[in-house]
Design a protein around this ligand. Structure first.
Ligand code: 5GP
Length: 186
C-alpha cells in the first residue's frame, strides 16, 4: 500500500457538475478540506463570501499574487481571475488533512509544478449533449457566456488524458462514492 496522498485536484468542463459533486462530498465527508478560492467574479445570488469564494477586486487579487499568496491562479473563461490561497492549503496539510482543490485546467497544470505529489482527477460528462443540456438547464449564463464556456469545455475535454484518473459524472451518489474511494476518505 502507498501512503494516502493528501492533495487532490478536481477539474472538468463547465457544467459537468463539479460544484454539486464537491458540495455532496463535503457534506458526506466533513473531514475533507475543500479549498476556498479567491475570485474577482461578482457573487451570484446565494453565494457567501468566505464560504463559496473570497470575493476580491482586481487590486486585491493582484496584491495576493504579487505577495506569493496564491498557489496557482488563472483567468477563467476569458473573464475573471481565480486563485487558490496558499496559506489554508499548507495549514491543512500540516494538520494531516486531505485537501481538495476544484480549479480549472490552467490552474491544475500550475499545481502539477508546485505540488507534484498531488493527484489529478478529471470529471467527465456522460456525453457532449448532456453537457450542453446541463449548461442550459442551470440557467446561470446568458447565450454569449454559454458559448464561451462551451468553447473552453472542448479544450478542457481534450486534456483528460493528462489526469491520473477520470470519473464520469452520471449519477451523483455514484460519483461521490467513487471519488471518496479515490481519495481514501472511507
Ligand atoms: P464559477 O465562476 O462557475 O464559480 O467557476 C468557473 C471556473 O473557475 C470553474 O471551472 C472552476 O473550476 C474555476 N475555478 C474556481 N476556483 C478556481 C481557482 O482557485 N483557480 C483556478 N485556476 N480556477 C478556479
Amino acid at each position: 500500500m502507498h501512503d494516502p496522498v493528501p492533495v487532490f485536484v478536481i477539474c472538468g468542463p463547465t457544467a459537468v457538475g463539479k460544484g454539486t459533486v464537491v458540495k455532496a462530498l463535503k457534506a458526506e465527508y466533513p473531514q475533507l478540506e475543500v479549498s476556498v478560492s479567491a475570485t474577482t467574479r461578482p457573487p451570484r445570488p446565494g453565494e457567501v463570501d468566505g464560504r463559496d469564494y473570497y470575493f476580491v477586486d482586481e487590486d486585491q487579487f493582484a496584491r495576493m499574487r504579487e505577495r506569493g499568496e496564491l498557489l496557482e491562479s488563472a483567468v477563467v473563461h476569458g473573464a475573471h481571475s481565480y486563485g487558490t490561497p496558499r496559506g489554508p492549503v499548507e495549514q491543512s496539510l500540516a494538520e494531516g488533512k486531505t485537501v481538495l482543490l476544484e480549479i480549472d485546467l490552467a490552474g491544475a497544470r500550475q499545481v502539477r509544478q508546485t505540488l507534484p505529489e498531488a493527484r489529478f482527477i478529471f470529471l467527465l460528462p456522460p456525453s457532449w449533449e448532456e453537457l450542453e443540456r446541463r449548461l442550459i438547464g442551470r440557467g446561470t449564463e446568458g447565450p454569449e457566456e454559454r458559448s464561451r464556456r462551451l468553447e473552453t469545455a472542448r479544450v478542457e475535454l481534450d486534456a483528460a488524458p493528462e489526469f491520473d484518473v477520470c470519473v464520469i459524472n452520471d449519477k451523483l451518489d455514484e460519483t461521490v462514492k467513487e471519488l471518496a474511494e479515490i481519495m481514501g476518505l472511507n
